[in-house]
Design a protein around this ligand. Sequence first.
Ligand code: SAM
Length: 272
Amino acid sequence: MREVIRRVSKEFGISRDEAELVVASLLEQPRFHIYLNGTIDTATQKTLERKLAQLKEDMPIEYVTKRTRFREYELHIEPGVFIPRLETEYFIDLIAQCSKEPPCTILEIGTGSGAIAIALAHIFPTAFIVATDISETALTCAHTNIRNHGLDTRITLMRGDMFDALSGQFDMIISNPPYIPHSRLPALPRSVRNFEPLSSLDGGKNGIQFITKLIERGGDFLTHNGSMAIEIDEEQVDILHELLSKTLSMPFSFHKDLFNRFRYLLIGNTEV
Ligand SMILES: C[S@@+](CC[C@H](N)C(=O)[O-])C[C@H]1O[C@@H](n2cnc3c(N)ncnc32)[C@H](O)[C@@H]1O
C-alpha cells in the first residue's frame, strides 16, 4: 500500500497526505484503514487501478466515487447528473435569509441530484416541494437521494420540460438552470466538458434561454406574495436587468456570491 500511495502521489503530482485521502476515498475506507493490512487484494487493486485511470482521464472524483457533499448532506451522484456546486450551496443561504415568511410550497425547476430541494426541505421543515427535471437519469438520482434523506413524503419529483406538466401555484420557485452561453462551452475545463451532461450546462445564445422562460412563465405559477430565485452568470446581469425592467412589474434584485460576483437573481416578495 505504501508503494501505491507513493505512485499516486508521483503520478498526480500531489503530496503523500493528499494521495492517502484520494486512495481512501476511492476505496471508501477511513484514511488510517488503508495501512492496516499492509497489502491489498487483487480485486481491490483492480478497482483502485480502474478508478485511478478514470481520474487520470479528468473524470471528476464525484463521478468516480459516485458520492458528493452539498452543504451538510451526503448525496449519491453519477455520470449524467450535474455535480452540485459551491455557489449553489451559498445560494441556499441567500434564500433562507431573504424569505420574508417560510414558504409552504416550493417548486424547483431542474433539480438534478435533488441537492437544492433536499437542502430547502431541511431549512423549511413544513414546506412541500415539487422538483422537476427533463432528464430521467437526474430524476432517478434525485429519487435515491430524497429517499436516503427520508424526504419522500415532502418532495415530489416530476419529469417535464420547464413548466410543462405543472399546475398550481407555489410560494417560491427556485432554479439553477443551464446558463452557460453556447459559445463558451468549448472553453470549459475538460472535466466539465467531457463528463457533465451538456443539457445541464448549455443555456443557448447568451446563456439566458432557460432564465428567460423562467421569468416569462414563472409569474403564472407563483402565489400572490410569492418569490422566485434563479442562479445566473455574472455576465448576464445587464441583459437581464434590461429584460426585467421592460417586462416585469414585480421588484427584482441581483445578489453576489461568496466570490463577490453577481450570481443570483431574486424576484418578487423578498426581504431585500
Ligand atoms: C445546472 S443543472 C442544476 C442541477 C441542480 N439543481 C443543482 O443545482 O445542482 C440544470 C438542471 O436542469 C435540467 N434541465 C435542463 N433542461 C431542462 C428543461 N427544459 N426542463 C427541466 N429541467 C431541465 C438538467 O437536466 C439539470 O439537471
